[in-house]
Design a protein around this ligand. Sequence first.
Ligand code: FMN
Length: 202
Amino acid sequence: MKIGIISGSHRNPSQSERVGRYMQRQLEQMGQDSWLYTLADNPLPLWDQAIWDNDEVWNERLAPIKQALSSCDGFIVISPEWHGQVPAGLKNFFLMFSRFELGHKPALITAVSSGDGGTYPVAELRMSSYKNNRLCYIPEHLILRKVEKILNENSADNEPVSDRYYRERIDWSLDVLLGYATALKTMRENTQIFHDKFGNGM
Ligand SMILES: Cc1cc2nc3c(=O)[nH]c(=O)nc-3n(C[C@H](O)[C@H](O)[C@H](O)COP(=O)(O)O)c2cc1C
């Protein structure tokens, strides 16, 4: 299986990307392929009408990302909580890619907070980021609280109880995601998932 990891923070460096790289290493240890795309420094300009007008610059910008997303069997969507929201760049990302790259593929939401937050991004993504692209958020999600104190390579930087808990929970959640990725691959192969009349979700 190949898992795409979308790091939704615009910051550089960011905790989201650090978590993404950790999860990528775990996937590697499980013998799985992965591709990490980070929104650090805003690589994607805000959506504009030219995207729908077959603009050459936009086509060139998006083509390699579309290709990479299409090659993935599932996704991890990492979002920090910023003022109780998903960062605007991550919502912008969801305007650019469609059912042809993301449709009916499973995704594991991973929220990040330096404090005790992290629930709002989960609720927001589950409510409003999948309607047209048909990304399938799995029921399991992760909320990594006090994120600076976990998953550090130097164990002295970690709070031991939380660190142990999150490492174990991440591995299990990745395993669940891989299970969905295997199952939904078969589903996509055996089902008419694209319908000319019903291009967008209701
Ligand atoms: C603009 C901004 C707003 C934030 N708002 C929240 C918030 O509402 N809740 C929360 O738990 N943390 C909030 N934080 C703190 C983040 O949890 C913390 O900075 C975390 O590291 C963000 O992830 P990132 O490093 O991947 O961007 C905010 C941080 C920023 C930069």
